[in-house]
Ligand binder design. Structure first.
Ligand SMILES: [Zn+2]
Length: 207
């Protein structure tokens, strides 16, 4: 349903050197790239994420098209508020693709996701189920029927509860969209579907 991300983004030595060369970045908002090197590194990261992710890292719903996905900083990057973490802007394990809905102002936006901060990213503790570090099945439980796939907290997981709250994973819209996606995936496993039939089903199921 929601899957752990099992890939590693990689940068070349030259790309790392470019990042190191611009050392005065700490505290700056990288959304406005200071030079072409940064732009190129960002597009390389986007290329690798596109290759590895067909589903949103947070809600597990398949992207409808490229415009439905955005590079997302798990710990928000801008320094405009104290809850944000510009030093992790290019930390590769802080970067995922998320759908426009999960990444939007009504859901995650720049909400805090770090519970205890450490200067080494992997030693931080997070308030939500981390797409690379956590196994979603440890935090979520699923109740499945034909019209809804309902998400619940597993074993009282606080991270599971916070992700469900932040991304509205238990909304009726989410549970129905998830059921449509599961039905389509089950059908594809059971029978070969032509491209046109699969497209038709996607339209009907809104998936
Ligand atoms: Zn999403």
């Amino acid at each position: 349903m929601i899957e752990k991300l099992n890939f590693n983004l990689t940068l070349t030595k030259d790309e790392y050197l470019s990042l190191i060369a611009i050392k005065n970045w700490r505290g700056k908002d990288w959304s406005d790239p200071p030079n072409n090197d940064i732009k190129n590194i960002k597009s390389e990261i986007r290329r690798q994420l596109d290759l590895n992710q067909v589903k949103c890292a947070y809600c597990g719903l398949k992207f409808k098209d490229k415009g439905d996905s955005q590079i997302e900083h798990i710990a928000a990057k801008s320094d405009a508020k104290p809850t944000r973490h510009p030093e992790f802007t290019f930390t590769l394990k802080n970067l995922v693709l998320a759908c426009v809905s999960c990444n939007g102002f009504s859901k995650k936006s720049a909400q805090e996701t770090i519970a205890n901060k450490h200067q080494t990213y992997s030693k931080c503790t997070f308030t939500i189920v981390h797409p690379y570090f956590d196994n979603p099945d440890d935090h979520y439980d699923w109740v499945i029927d034909l019209t809804a796939v309902i998400i619940q907290v597993n074993n009282g997981s606080l991270k599971g509860a916070e992700s469900i709250r932040m991304f509205g994973l238990d909304s009726s819209e989410m549970t129905e969209l998830r059921a449509g996606q599961k039905l389509l995936e089950d059908l594809k496993r059971e029978m070969p579907l032509s491209f046109s039939k699969e497209n038709l089903l996607r339209r009907i199921l809104n998936r």
